[in-house]
Design a protein around this ligand. Sequence first.
Ligand code: NAP
Length: 297
Amino acid sequence: MSARIIDGKKVAEEIRAEIKARAASLAKEGLVPGLGVILVGEDPASLSYVSAKEKACAENGLKSFERRLPASATEAELLALVSEFNHDPSIHGILVQLPLPKHIDERKVIAAITPEKDVDGFTPINVGRMVLDEPCFLPCTPAGVVELIKRSGVKTDGARAVVVGRSNIVGKPLMNLLVRRSVNATVTVCHTGTKDLAVHCREADILVACAGKAGLISADMIKPGACVIDVGVNRVEDPGAKNGYRLKGDVDYEGALAVAGWITPVPGGVGPMTITMLLANTVEAAARHKAMQGAFA
Ligand code: NAP
């Protein structure tokens, strides 16, 4: 057997076409969806994520407003900037690029984002709404994973899903989304305290690896025919590569190809979906803003 490769770039392009059309129709009515991006410091990975997000905005009819603060910026300065964006009517979505420098309380900054502009879905209010299955902005990577699974035609109703990782931005929200009635999977979440990870993984019809450990999931941990979604992005040394490293997922991709039914590559799987979901949330935030304006006109 050779797994069907889930092409995240292709799926992301399909969704981006829908986003672009929606953004254009809002623009015709005089409202260009705006994403406010805040970057603190000069972390190279953060710089490259931010520039990819801004490029995607420009390509799809959204406007991005970037503000940079030095790594020495105080928490108060950052909170003031978040407040400025909260009140700026041309900004419909706010993104604070993580991680923040250690002297800044990340939780306090995230909580300061107005939930109506929380297009990353990280504020406690949005997280609560997600758990309660109420309208909200879903966190981008987990929402992208579910979208990839659904659009690939994988049966989720009654499926056994195993999520390897329990972070607040990937594993835990994924658990919540997979267990929703609209997906209807039975979900197990694994972490470093899990005994015999392989036993759990082998039971999975849908296996999502989000541990951030290159090669953690070997072929013998995969149930034949399973859908394997690899969220992990790990830099591994490669003297032959241009930068001296290459990106690898958490799954032994070559080995898994022979066992799995579906698989996402790294790069080119989940990554393109994350930014796409951010664009979708921002356009949705702009549309909601417009609807509110209409209601009070
Ligand atoms: P994180 O905060 O470090 O969380 C990793 C989780 O994996 C933790 O819950 C940890 O367990 C668990 N874990 C680590 N090693 C494990 C092991 N050997 N066995 C079982 N569980 C293990 O990472 P994250 O932010 O969720 O990101 C995870 C990965 O996804 C990273 O590679 C990241 O770069 C990637 N990512 C990709 C995208 C994308 O767009 N493609 C977006 C976000 C993240 P404990 O809780 O017990 O420590």
